[in-house]
Design a protein around this ligand. Structure first.
Ligand code: PNS
Length: 187
C-alpha cells in the first residue's frame, strides 16, 4: 500500500518536472542590450513593451567601446533593477563581449532594440544583419513612442552637466544619481 502510494507520487513528480522542463525550454526569451548610461524613460518604455511580448526579457548592460561612461556597469545595473522592479519577467545582467555570444550561452532567440528615428536605422540595420549572419539570432525593432523619440542618454548627460532639468526624461533615482555625479565631478 505504502509502496503503491510512493510510486504514484513519484510518477506525478516525474510528470510535473518533465512539464516544467518543457516550459522552460520553450520559453520565449529576448535581450534588450545597451549601454544604459543612464537608463531613460525611452529605454523603460521599450523594456516594458518587450516584457509584454516575451516570457523573459534580459536587460544586458554592455560595454560600448566607442563611448566613455558616466556610471559604472554596477551602478547602471542597479538603476535598471530599481526602475523595472514592477515587471515580473525582467532580469538584469552585464556582458563585455559579443552580444550574439551572450545570446548563445543564455538561450536567447531575439534581440529587441528601440528605433527612434531614421538616424538610428543605418547603424542598427547593419548590426542586426551582422548578428543574424553570425549566429541566426533575430533582431526585432520596436518604434519608440513619439514622446521619447528625441531622448538619448547622451543628451540627458549633456543637459544634466549644464544644470538643465531632466526630470521628465529619467526616473527620480536616475535624476538624483545624475545630480550627485555632476556635483562630484565639479565642472
Ligand atoms: O546603448 P548603445 O550604446 O547604443 O548600445 C550599443 C550596444 C552596446 C548594444 C552595441 O555596441 C553592442 O551590441 N555591443 C556588443 C559588441 C557587439 O556584439 N557588437 C556588434 C557586432 S560587431
Amino acid at each position: 500500500m505504502v509502496k503503491q502510494r510512493f510510486s504514484t507520487v513519484f510518477l506525478r513528480l516525474k510528470w510535473i518536472s518533465a512539464d516544467l522542463l518543457a516550459s522552460v525550454c520553450l520559453m520565449k526569451r529576448a535581450v534588450c542590450p545597451g549601454s544604459f548610461d543612464p537608463v531613460t524613460f525611452g529605454h523603460l518604455d521599450i523594456i516594458e513593451r518587450a516584457s509584454a511580448q516575451f516570457d523573459e526579457v534580459v536587460i544586458a548592460v554592455l560595454v560600448n567601446r566607442t563611448k566613455s561612461s558616466m556610471f559604472t556597469v554596477q551602478e547602471r545595473m542597479e538603476m535598471i533593477t530599481k526602475t523595472t522592479a514592477h515587471l515580473p519577467n525582467i532580469r538584469v545582467d552585464s556582458w563585455s563581449g559579443l552580444l550574439v555570444e551572450y545570446c548563445k550561452s543564455n538561450e536567447i532567440q531575439s534581440i529587441v532594440k528601440g528605433l527612434r528615428a531614421v538616424t538610428d536605422f543605418d547603424y542598427e540595420l547593419q548590426m542586426a544583419q551582422v548578428n543574424l549572419q553570425a549566429s541566426g539570432v533575430e533582431t526585432m525593432f520596436m518604434a519608440t513612442a513619439p514622446a521619447h523619440s528625441f531622448l538619448s542618454s547622451s543628451l540627458v548627460k549633456e543637459l544634466a552637466h549644464y544644470g538643465g532639468d531632466v526630470s521628465s526624461m529619467v526616473p527620480k533615482i536616475v535624476n538624483e544619481a545624475l545630480k550627485a555625479r555632476v556635483a562630484e565631478s565639479g565642472n
